[in-house]
Design a protein around this ligand. Structure first.
Ligand code: F6P
Length: 527
């Protein structure tokens, strides 16, 4: 099937998207998916009905619907770790039973959610002025992203996020905070992650030294009750979850506590409802109607069929500045794998490199390469119909115009003739040719646009769940396990082994020449 798709792609490679619009006046609607008030427009791509059907057949051949149902039903689809994948249960607010090993997990989920709500209310009603979430990866990126995204809804204490083991991160965060009115939340699924535990111990020492009370001002979010107790955090301030919640899928539960404290339980519930609405859509919508399915297939058309190695996430929303980094972990840790479930090599390229930054800033930084570089970079634009600042409507109009203009420019391009006409009044002869060549835009470059009315908590929940399910579909079609992350292990092991070498208590002799040289350099240049 891949071969057929690649052959088809090669056959239509020179076709211009503008001709597709010309031939089909309804293309924009027919190549968009809609759920609620959200619209995913993928018409500015080189997909046609045939290729779309072929991609849908690929998904069907992978049995994506049965696998989706198995995930929602609590089957152990994370086969390398023997675990269910049930972040969807965390937003199953009014849903029915979800069984894992013959036991309904929902009473536990709802009980923890109720405890989170009352704890969040208590913190919001207390003297706490600042909350620091200490975590990394999935225990940081999700809540940090959501806290920023939902800034207009903040009416609780300020929230801060410390992730990097670089002492600069915690030092800069603690500076200026009052230890007596700061709450530290240690967020770690395993409660063993070296960065998080190092930062947690530093924060505890700071609190003690500055008149705070770590025995009362620390909370923990984890699956590891033994370790949270060892750290000295009493059970009533530990919010637990189960191993069937993957780190990068965990912001819906206890890992979202800092967000709940910032925006309040009501707004957090709305975020969960948004995720749940996308779940329902994903489970009910058929074929081209299914937004996560189509988002996955369009992405695979670009990555696995056309071979574009990267994908740019370009939210035209300053408050979604951390979304590209969040999606980067979601996609790259989930689908950056070389072997299928049965340990055999994957048939095609694995997931793409995901990167990006908010518009319009990126336009003044890296869009040059997107428009005129030699690599094609499929772009994913995001835009809200309205902003949260009605008094600054003209800003938002400019933002929207820029977002739409970029996808139009990528598609339309500028021909040599048009480029010549642009500068014909300034240059002639060879110089005109030379100058015009620099002003050519190849065009016919693909993008998708996700549009929604307003970035409110519910919409944010829909966006995150949309991307989660998209990653799921991609993983199913690739035949890989999207829910493990063995690729992070080796570096961790080697860092542990290198620590005494860096500290100078062990020799670097067993290391390769480059590592030995770098260790020697570091040692020479420190006090
Ligand atoms: O090293 C990768 C990873 O395991 C991620 O998958 C995870 O989100 C992150 O580390 C943090 O892990 P934990 O929540 O257990 O501290």
């Amino acid at each position: 099937m891949w071969t057929e798709l690649k052959a088809k792609a090669a056959a239509v490679a020179d076709r211009h998207m503008l001709d597709l619009f010309e031939a089909d006046p309804d293309r924009a609607n027919r190549f968009s998916a809609q759920t609620g008030d959200m619209r995913l427009d993928y018409s500015k791509t080189n997909l046609d009905d045939d290729t779309r059907d072929q991609l849908l057949a690929l998904a069907d051949a992978a049995d994506w619907q049965a696998k989706r149902d198995a995930m929602f039903a609590g089957a152990p689809i994370n086969q390398t770790e023997g675990r269910a994948v049930l972040h969807t249960a965390l937003r199953n607010l009014d849903g029915g039973a979800v069984m894992v090993d013959d036991a309904d997990v929902m009473p536990g989920v709802l009980d923890t959610l109720a405890r989170m709500r009352s704890y969040a209310d208590a913190v919001r009603g207390s003297d706490i002025t600042d909350v620091i979430n200490i975590g990394i990866g999935g225990s940081d990126l999700g809540p940090a992203m959501a806290a920023q995204a939902l800034a207009p809804y903040h009416d609780g204490p300020r929230v801060h996020f410390v992730s990097n083991v670089d002492g600069a991160h915690i030092a800069d965060t603690l500076r200026g905070l009052d230890a007596k009115t700061t709450l530290v939340i240690v967020a770690s699924k395993t409660f063993t992650t070296i960065e998080t535990m190092t930062n947690a111990r530093t924060a505890r020492a700071w609190m003690k030294d500055h008149g705070g009370d770590p025995s009362a001002q620390f909370a923990a979010l984890s699956t590891n009750m033994e370790k949270t107790a060892d750290f000295g955090i009493p059970a009533e301030r530990v919010f637990g979850f189960e191993d069937w919640v993957g780190g990068r899928y965990s912001m819906w539960g206890p890992i979202g506590l800092s967000v709940m404290i910032a925006v309040g339980p009501k707004a957090f519930d709305a975020f969960l409802r948004g995720g749940q609405a996308m779940d329902r859509h994903f489970c009910a919508a058929e074929g081209v109607e299914n937004m996560p399915l189509m988002h996955a297939l369009v992405g695979m058309w670009h990555r696995q069929v056309l071979g574009h190695a990267t994908r740019a996430v370009l939210p035209y929303d300053q408050r979604l500045a951390l979304l590209p980094a969040y999606f980067q972990q979601l996609e790259m840790e989930s689908n950056g794998k070389s072997v299928t479930m049965d340990g055999k090599p994957v048939a095609v390229e694995s997931g793409p490199v995901v990167w990006g930054a908010p518009g319009t800033n990126g336009q003044h930084a890296f869009y040059q390469l997107i428009h005129q570089g030699t690599d094609v970079i499929p772009c994913e634009f995001m835009i809200a119909a309205q902003g949260h600042e009605p008094e600054l409507r003209h800003h938002h109009d400019l933002l929207v115009a820029n977002c739409l203009a970029q996808s139009e420019a990528l598609m339309r391009g500028r021909s040599l003739d048009e480029a010549r006409a642009k500068v014909a009044d300034k240059f002639t002869g060879d110089e005109l040719e030379r100058q015009a060549a620099h002003r050519v835009f190849p065009g016919n470059r693909p993008s998708v646009t996700l549009a929604y009315p307003l970035l409110d908590p519910e919409t944010l929940g829909m966006i995150v769940a949309l991307y989660e399910h998209r990653v799921f579909v991609e993983g199913v079609i690739l035949g890989i396990n999207s829910y493990d992350q063995w690729g992070v292990e080796l570096g961790k092991e080697l860092a542990t082994a290198l620590q005494p070498v860096v500290e100078g208590t062990e020799s670097a002799d067993s290391k390769d020449g480059s590592t030995r040289g770098l260790v020697a350099f570091i040692h020479r240049h420190r006090d």
